[in-house]
Design a protein around this ligand. Sequence first.
Ligand code: HEM
Length: 252
Amino acid sequence: MSHEIFITQAGLAEGAGKSRWPARLDILQSLSGLVLALFMWGHMFFVASILFGADAMWMITKLFEGYFFFDESHPRLVSGVVAGIILVFVIHAGLALRKFPVSYRQYKLIRAHARAMRHGDTLLWTWQAYTGFLLFFLASAHLYQMLVWPQDIGPYASSDRIWSDGLWPFYLVLLLTVELHGGIGLYRLAVKWWVDAPRTVLRRLKWFLTAFFLVLGLATLAAYMKIGFEHREHYGERYTPAWLAPEQEGGR
Ligand code: HEM
């Protein structure tokens, strides 16, 4: 087997001298991945607030808009958080480019290599590369929407988007992709930096976490679809909790 398959841009740079940059970039990639994975856990719970009812999700939305601090909503605060996540996402994706095959020939060689070895962790790596590639597009579309229209987040606004605007298939694919990618990513982080990690325990933990967040995500998506379906005749109308006078602050 040719050693050629291991030659990526990063590999070439490593071979060129004793630069510490490849190691630094590796650490940065791991750190940015960890930040994104931890963010995703929080995100899944916040979005899942809809499972406790429209009021719960409305409160979470308003919390992020600073409503309980400033007595009025500032959706731009959400855009600020999204901008921060976009920055981490771009750094992470940019660094990941170093690991992608740079030609079709390299891609074929890597695939043949992974198949020949039948090595579980190598197969996981290929899945991470495929899902990571998909996330370039899917995550960008979602983040753009959240950045530009943060005022359209809420029990009815989100449900209308998911049902009446027909975005549920998009979210279904995004959910599967990100949970696989994140689960494998965290596992690989543990294996990489925690040298004596017991792999069988880690692998079980990984599947448990992936299954947990998939079930949570699917239940959440189903809840938005149900609300969106029931709300379809009133598309565009925003949610207002019963305990808020309509003239005070329109919910969404
Ligand atoms: C600060 C950045 C983000 C914000 C404010 C945000 C907000 C939201 C909101 C409000 C929803 C509910 C549906 C909707 O309103 O359209 C949602 C759903 C979702 N988001 Fe995000 N999101 C962010 C970043 C991300 C990232 C980086 C990913 C993954 C790469 C992601 C993946 C998902 C998935 C998979 C769903 C569907 C959830 C489910 O079905 O349980 N989000 N997001």
